[in-house]
Design a protein around this ligand. Structure first.
Ligand code: KG4
Ligand code: ZN
Length: 332
């Protein structure tokens, strides 16, 4: 079964080819235009997808050594994401499926982030808990089968990726700041500036308060020393990163206990964070959990994970009609 998958929900145009569940190519084109604006500009994202989609698909087919006439199905991201961006991938997938007379498979982007764990070994067994952390989401997902998952906790305001990116902006780092905070944090002292924050009840998260806490902290310190940020950048990054990781792992611990589970997986862009990866490994070793962390290229947005979800849907015959439309909001 030869499957082509398309991802266009945010600022990555990506195409992948999967043959019988095995990923053959996964081409990702990241839009650089947003850096100068300090965040993703939806209108520009749509236009960039429009430019990139055909070259990216052609490259994915070429790398996999597949002719478009060999395709058996096309999977695409239906949502959640930026509507204009999703429209590009959706329209392209529909048109290609129509012209080749092959089935179409719609995929939920958040489900695909979880299923990225099934691209390569080692794979978790069901059921397991997945912490999905990205620029738009922070969710604890209880996964009982490839296509059955339930959100048991989530952020009530900002996503943790947003907290990383907004903090980065406050200290003058370009967008997306998450990876830069990660890099600088490696050279800093995580205990230098303790930020204590309130906690949401149950398994939910809140990340809107930390931005304000950091803003006030920086305002206060720069009043005393105008060079405070420059002189303490690495320590600020390390301290903020530690705070965010602690907030995530406290809830993970709670959820694992409630579900009496011993397999934890992480997914989404923020799962590329080296501090989160090592802290989760340490916690797992301490509590006897099996920890699943995807390879870097499957953490951030990519069509390989869309292909994986499409593969499972193909197996169960979950196809989509040609009148399908994308969804900016799309719950699991
Ligand atoms: O999953 P993703 O690629 O796109 C969304 O669906 O949102 O996640 C992007 C988010 C951004 O907020 C980015 O700053 C964050 O993931 N991110 C990181 C790291 N790499 C990406 N945050 C912290 N540390 C990283 N190494
Ligand atoms: Zn994503």
């Amino acid at each position: 079964m030869v499957l082509l998958a398309i991802e266009s929900s945010c600022d990555e145009t990506s195409a992948a080819v999967m043959v019988n569940g095995e990923l053959k190519s996964n081409i990702i084109s990241t839009q650089l235009i947003h850096t100068e604006w300090g965040g993703v500009v939806p209108e520009l994202a749509s236009r960039e997808h429009q430019k990139a989609i055909i070259p990216v698909v052609q490259e994915a087919l070429q790398k996999a050594n597949i002719n478009k006439n060999d395709l058996n199905a096309i999977a695409f991201t239906r949502g959640p994401g930026l509507l204009g961006a999703l429209l590009v991938g959706t329209s392209f997938a529909k048109a290609l499926a129509l012209s080749l007379n092959i089935p179409l498979i719609e995929v939920n982007h958040m489900q695909a982030h979880v299923l990225a764990h099934f691209i390569e070994d080692p794979k978790p067994t069901f059921p397991f808990l997945c912490l999905t952390v990205s620029g738009g989401h922070t969710q604890l997902v209880w996964v009982t089968s490839p296509l059955q998952m339930e959100v048991i906790g989530e952020t009530q305001d900002d996503a943790v990726g947003e907290a990383f990116d907004k903090t980065a902006k406050l200290i003058g780092l370009p967008y997306p700041g998450g990876p830069l905070i990660d890099k600088l944090a490696k050279e800093g002292n995580p205990n230098k500036f303790p930020f204590s924050l309130g906690e949401m009840p149950g398994l939910n998260f809140s990340f809107s308060g930390i931005k304000t806490a950091i803003l006030y902290f920086l305002q206060k310190e720069t009043q005393k020393n105008p060079n405070f940020i420059e002189e303490n950048k690495a320590d600020i990054c390390a301290s903020v990163q530690k705070t965010l990781i602690d907030m995530l792992l406290r809830k993970v611990k709670k959820a694992m206990k409630e579900k009496q589970c011993n397999q934890i997986a992480i997914a989404g862009g923020v799962s590329a964070n080296s501090g989160l990866r090592s802290s989760l490994q340490e916690l797992g070793a301490e509590l006897g959990w099996e920890v699943f962390i995807p390879a870097f290229q499957y953490c951030t947005d990519n069509a390989g994970m869309i292909a994986m979800a499409g593969h499972f849907k193909y197996e169960t015959g979950e196809f989509t009609d040609q009148d399908v439309a994308p969804l900016a909001r799309y719950s699991l």
